[in-house]
Design a protein around this ligand. Sequence first.
Ligand code: AMP
Length: 286
Amino acid sequence: MKILHTKLELRRAMEAFRKKQEGVTGLVPTMGYLHNGHRSLMEQARKECDFVMVNIFVNPLQFNDEGDFQSYPIDHERDAAICEAAGVDLLFIPDVEEMLGNQKPQIILTSPALTSVLCGPGRPGHFEGVMLIVSRLFHIFAPERAYFGMKDFQQYTIIRRMVDDLGFPVKVIGCATVREEDGLAMSSRNVRLSIEDRSHAILIYRALMLGKKSHEEGERNSATLIEVMKDVIHSGSKNRVEYLQIVQPDTLQPLEILTPGQPFVIATAVFCDNVRLIDNILVNQS
Ligand code: AMP
């Protein structure tokens, strides 16, 4: 596995690959501190692509909280070992200057409908920062396929739409959420949870599953389902729900009454003590 740090090195490596063989390239963009959730994206890419590329970049543009950015966990050595074991061909780890240069971007990608909902209000500028970096990565790597986790469902939806609207020649692949044994969605932020926090954090997934079950048993009213789920999450005294909504998967707009068989997403962000966790489940999706 090659580990590269500059765009020039990356361009040369890509040219060399394309000269040597025709084949499908796949990109897995990450912020590092890799876990089995990231690994599942790499493994799917490995199955479907001839050349698998992973990017590690903690993108300052997508953090609206400086403290959160500064304390984001980093361990490149461990990450490189995980990539190697997953059969990755190329790992790109640029620094901030290499990735962003030193001028503040003046072009902003946004989507009033998709970025102003769910995580949007709590994280102003976040998705704009994500779109800027991901579009830059698509230009630099020019992958045929790009792998995103459905754990960040809003991000996945926004990227798919960005690719459609801006005509990027890349296929966006959504990968299922990987969970800990107790159901907590894997996240690089989970290391910040104390043992006590953790026992409260697991209530998030339990609540989502209860919402799904109540719907399957006949509850059609979103407001009722939301109340039941919030009660479960708030039964952990460390938990504070930022939002919990039931939305249409492509538009992310709230659904008030659920018709039988209709696909929907239950999406939530919860502060467990001071760690912000997100999770969602997709229901009735074929
Ligand atoms: P991050 O490093 O948090 O930016 O995540 C990089 C990619 O991994 C994103 O597409 C995430 O959605 C995905 N990802 C993170 N956690 C998980 C998980 N538990 N299961 C599946 N994908 C994940």
